[in-house]
Design a protein around this ligand. Structure first.
Ligand SMILES: NC(=O)c1ccc[n+]([C@@H]2O[C@H](COP(=O)([O-])OP(=O)(O)OC[C@H]3O[C@@H](n4cnc5c(N)ncnc54)[C@H](OP(=O)(O)O)[C@@H]3O)[C@@H](O)[C@H]2O)c1
Length: 204
């Protein structure tokens, strides 16, 4: 069997797991970078995924995981340590000769869908799909932050991150539309309506 040449970190989580799913469906050989040899790692192994053990504080463990790798997916949770983790991952990838796929070298893609919706429009779309009236009730950023701290008990780093995301949203930093998802993946971005339909059970 050929050795894996694609490395996926955050492999036991939602987006890393989805990336692995897609890659396996494409017949690719995948290595997962995981921080413990858990049941989730065992499940990946069963599906033919190679397992490389290590965390993001140890560049030598990342270097070992990068051996023979041509393409790598970096995922770190919204938590302290993200800058050094990104630097270690990039350094190890560079040393291993990992490059962007042909045609994507040096490019940065902003993530938008083909349609831009505000929160009132999203609530209207949810109402239509779910058949119940859902209203968007705007809150001040300060009230949002207090709720995250006192009701949801989110960790401080996440509260800070989401507060800044809200500020950026208000400042229009995320505004825009494009067809990057379809152009790059060949599949159109899921519409808000289709997403709600697909996850209908979550809203029950
Ligand atoms: N831009 C946005 O608006 C936005 C919104 C949502 C998410 N995101 C991005 O998506 C990421 C979350 O993705 P997700 O939903 O796939 O998360 P997830 O399901 O919670 O998975 C997190 C993954 O990271 C691993 N992990 C957790 N803490 C770690 C640590 N200290 N060191 C190394 N690995 C660690 C977990 O491994 P274990 O199984 O070992 O715990 C798991 O594989 C966020 O970090 C953020 O970058 C962005």
């Amino acid at each position: 069997m050929t050795k894996a040449n694609i490395l996926v970190s955050g492999a036991t989580g939602r987006t890393g797991g989805a990336a692995i799913e897609q890659l396996l469906n494409m017949g690719k050989r995948v290595r997962a970078y995981v921080r413990s040899d858990s049941e989730k790692a065992a499940a990946l192994r069963k599906r033919g995924v190679e397992i490389a053990l290590g965390d993001f504080t140890n560049i030598d463990a990342i270097r070992a995981a990068m051996e023979g790798i041509d393409a790598a997916y970096f995922l770190y949770p919204i938590a302290p340590g993200i800058i050094s983790a990104a630097a270690f991952f990039a350094q190890a990838a560079k040393e291993a000769g990992v490059t962007n796929p042909a045609g994507h070298e040096g490019k940065i893609y902003t993530l938008h869908g083909p349609v831009e919706m505000n929160h009132t429009e999203i609530a209207a779309a949810m109402s239509k799909v779910l058949g119940v009236k859902i209203d968007y009730a705007p809150a001040s950023i300060d009230a949002f932050r207090q709720k995250m701290e006192q009701v949801y008990h989110f960790p401080p780093f996440l509260v800070q991150h989401l507060t800044e995301v809200a500020r950026n949203y208000q400042a229009g930093i995320f505004a825009g539309t494009n067809d990057n998802v379809e152009t790059i993946t060949g599949s159109p971005a899921l519409t808000v309506q289709a997403f709600i339909e697909k996850n209908r059970g979550v809203y029950a």
